[in-house]
Design a protein around this ligand. Structure first.
Ligand code: GLA
Length: 374
């Protein structure tokens, strides 16, 4: 067992749950995520070489990355996110120093809770710390997004990396993905709890239709930009959508309808959170899930069954998939007094529908990057 006290820095970054505002970050919309206590921790120390030696607390693998060959590690099963992050940080003009890194991830992989963003963000922040640099969280988030796009090949938006880097304990982030202005909204759920449940069908954004959805929204923007005078799809309001939707091919029209309505739901959800109106927030979650299922088509059998199982319990105000979709987690608002009944109900009903056992997570809303000298 590695003695983690022999390292110089302990750097962490968060996984995230998105309360609402799904598949609109890359359309310039506002999203409403929160950073989680589930996170990736990197223990790092300089090693005086030109190599990054990677190891993990939960894997026996060991990987060495040479600082001048960072382009070449794309096909690694483990270590590719770290290589991509180091490469993009280097490309952004930062100095890399050889180091030993132990990685400890408590965000379940493939859960839709952004384990990859937590790994990328914490790796970059660790590289900065060991090089004696104070990294600026928004720059780390943007660089981590480049790693995901240009190295891992997922053409993602900024939401996950931003939440992972810039989260604040006890707060959700009303993040405008067009301007990156962010309003921190206290998560006050009164006598309700936020419950995150994993459907335990791993998602893979790479294999999934994520990039296809992005292409569809890009196409929509190309068609609507001039006539509707917009620079991103999130600028289209419902009235303008109705006026111009005839220009869009049918499938794409459904995608855009989701984007337009989801933007409005985020606005209402922020109001509901600020006024502590949990039934209103719950209804918006339900509507968001239905739209992701019927218009955006990114849910799948398991997520639909899990959301339905939660929604069918009387103590649940609302439930929806969170993250990229095609598997992973749901987030639900449930009256705290009935949590154990709710858990039993969802477990049984979901298993009957799909054969999978769901996992329920206990996690708090937490800070983004943390850096600690050991
Ligand atoms: C993934 C992406 C994000 C966002 C969500 C869907 O998590 O990384 O950028 O697009 O899917 O809201």
């Amino acid at each position: 067992m590695t003695d983690l006290n022999n390292y110089e820095w302990k750097v962490t970054a968060a996984g995230r749950v998105n309360l609402i505002g799904e598949h609109i970050d890359y359309c310039g919309g506002k999203v409403f995520p929160a950073a989680l206590g589930m996170r990736n921790t990197v223990y790092v120390r300089a090693n005086g070489t030109d190599k990054i030696n990677l190891s993990w607390t939960t894997l026996s693998d060991k990987v060495t990355l040479e600082l001048d060959k960072l382009e070449t590690y794309r096909s690694l099963k483990y270590g590719n996110y770290q290589a991509g992050s180091a490469l993009m940080w280097q490309k952004a003009g930062h100095k890399l120093v050889g180091c030993d890194m132990v990685q400890d991830c408590t965000v379940p992989f493939g859960s839709g809770l952004s384990s990859s963003a937590a790994i990328e963000v914490s790796t970059i922040a660790a590289l900065a710390a060991v090089a004696g640099e104070k990294a600026e969280p928004v720059e780390v988030a943007k660089t981590a997004q480049r790693a995901e796009r240009e190295y891992a090949g997922v053409n993602c938006g900024i939401m996950d990396q931003y939440a992972s880097a810039c989260g604040k304990a006890g707060h959700a982030m009303l993040l405008d993905c067009n301007t990156l202005s962010c309003e921190y909204v206290p998560v006050k759920t009164g006598d309700c709890s936020l419950v995150i449940i994993n459907c335990n069908k791993p998602h893979s954004l790479m294999e999934s239709k994520y990039n296809e959805r992005r292409d569809e929204t890009d196409k929509a923007l190309a068609i609507l930009r001039e006539p509707a005078k917009i620079s991103c799809l999130a600028e289209l309001d419902l009235r303008a959508f109705e006026k111009y939707c005839g220009l869009l091919p049918e499938k794409i029209r459904l995608r855009v309808k989701h984007v337009v309505e989801e933007c409005e739901r985020v606005r209402l959800a922020a109001v509901a959170m600020k006024t502590g109106d949990m039934p209103a927030l719950g209804a918006l979650l339900n509507a968001s899930h239905a739209s992701l299922r019927d218009l955006y088509e990114v849910t799948g059998k398991e997520l639909d069954a899990l959301a339905e199982a939660a929604q069918s319990h009387s103590a649940c105000f609302g439930s929806r998939m969170t993250g990229g979709g095609f598997g992973g987690c749901t987030v639900s608002i449930v009256q705290t007094r009935a949590l154990s009944e709710f858990t039993k109900h969802v477990g049984e009903r979901y298993k009957k529908a799909t054969g999978y056992e769901p996992s329920f997570y206990q996690t708090e809303i937490s800070d983004g990057i943390t850096v600690e000298k050991i």
